[in-house]
Design a protein around this ligand. Structure first.
Ligand SMILES: Nc1ncnc2c1ncn2[C@@H]1O[C@H](COP(=O)(O)OP(=O)(O)OP(=O)(O)O)[C@@H](O)[C@H]1O
Ligand code: SF4
Ligand SMILES: [Mg+2]
Length: 342
């Protein structure tokens, strides 16, 4: 199939809060505003940003767990908004989700084997032999011993539970996995094992990932491209290596500056961002980053900067660093640094 596997166009989600006279909402949370991106088969797009910037809402919109206020999501050119309930159920086989806390998303009364085969059995009857073979195959794929098949989630470690969650997500042979903070609850060595597992599975099965994380170390390890979100909007979307070598948006620059540096030869040139993320109920006018931005000019307080394509394939929304009216000559300050992008 030509074209991207996933295409997201102008996706918007506003949550009404409270109900006043005539059930009018008191206010609206602007969780996601005009978000657009695409993901190819076998590609990993990471979404990063501070807490509350709308990452999980994007994930829920992609799975159609919530309906958008505007925009659309196309999987293989099919608009998921137009699908009827039974069509959506079939379509969801192609997209699976892996959550931050596998414990709360795994049925505590089912064994590992039952948890893995349950999604398939929602669609087709399996003989005991087929069920056992499927469970054994998937346990092996995620690096769990076959005898784990009889264990309950409470009898597994955090890393083993996350492997089980991944095995369950794989059982329907999806093309796309949406992983929302899938390794955030794990300690660093287990995180690395799970990330390596995901990369191996991606290569074996040509899986695409939308990988959501606030941890830039994790993102740098796994991403092909990175979308940086601030207060509901994408402010920079770039190939991973280019983003870490030369962040263009001042917010990206500040996020990278604030992240811990595992490599002592790497130098941080920018200043970490200060202050809190403003409320999405009453976001700042113009560029929502302007109250925290050291480069802000008058125009930033008035006009929302559009995403401008740059020569190296990234898009950036910044009046100063990527002016829409001028040629996209970039004044990124940081010099090139080594990185380990996928
Ligand atoms: N059901 C809801 N009703 C009202 N507001 C909501 C709802 N779900 C999310 N929000 C708000 O939408 C905004 C974005 O939330 P979201 O969970 O997408 O952020 P996030 O980037 O995933 O944050 P975190 O990194 O903390 O997980 C937040 O301000 C949140 O409070
Ligand atoms: S548009 Fe203005 S406020 Fe926003 S990031 Fe660029 S310089 Fe800063
Ligand atoms: Mg979240």
């Amino acid at each position: 199939m030509s074209g991207p596997l996933l295409l997201v166009e102008n996706l918007t989600k506003h949550y009404p809060l409270g109900a006043g006279f005539f059930k009018r909402p008191f206010s609206v949370v602007r969780a996601v505003e005009n978000v657009s991106f695409s993901v190819d088969a076998g590609e990993t797009l990471c979404i990063v940003g501070e807490s509350g910037c709308g990452k999980s809402t994007v994930a829920r919109l992609l799975m159609r767990l919530v309906d958008p206020t505007g925009g659309r999501v196309l999987i293989d050119r099919t608009d998921i908004a137009g699908l009827k309930k039974h069509e959506l159920r079939v379509h969801r086989r192609r997209m699976q989700m892996v959550f931050q806390d596998p414990y709360s998303s795994l049925n505590p009364r089912l064994t590992a084997g039952q948890i893995i085969t349950e999604p398939v059995e929602n669609f087709e009857r399996l003989s005991r032999k087929q069920r056992n073979a499927l469970a054994a195959d998937l346990l092996q794929k995620v690096g769990l011993a076959p005898e784990m098949t009889h264990r309950l989630p409470s009898e597994l470690s955090g890393g083993q539970r996350q492997r089980l969650g991944i095995a369950r997500a794989l059982s329907l042979k999806p093309s796309l996995i949406i992983a929302d903070e899938a390794v955030s609850a794990l300690d660093v060595s287990v995180q690395a094992q799970i990330l390596n597992l995901l990369v191996d599975l991606q290569q074996q099965m040509s899986l695409a990932f939308v990988f959501i994380s606030h941890d830039l170390g994790v993102v740098e390890h796994i991403a092909h491209r990175v979308a940086v979100m601030y207060l509901g909007r994408i402010v920079e979307l770039a190939p991973c290596e280019a983003l870490f070598a030369k962040p263009v948006h001042p917010y990206t620059e500040a996020l990278i500056a604030a992240a811990p540096v595992p490599d002592p030869t790497r130098v941080r040139l920018a200043v970490p961002v200060e202050g809190e993320v403003p409320s999405p109920i009453n976001p700042p006018t113009g560029c929502a980053f302007h109250p925290r931005c050291p480069l802000a000019v008058e125009r930033c307080r008035i006009e929302v900067p559009p995403l401008v394509p740059m020569a190296d394939g990234r898009v950036v929304a910044c009046h100063v660093r990527a002016p829409a009216t001028e040629s996209p000559a970039v004044a990124a300050k940081s010099g090139p640094v080594a990185n380990s992008c996928a």
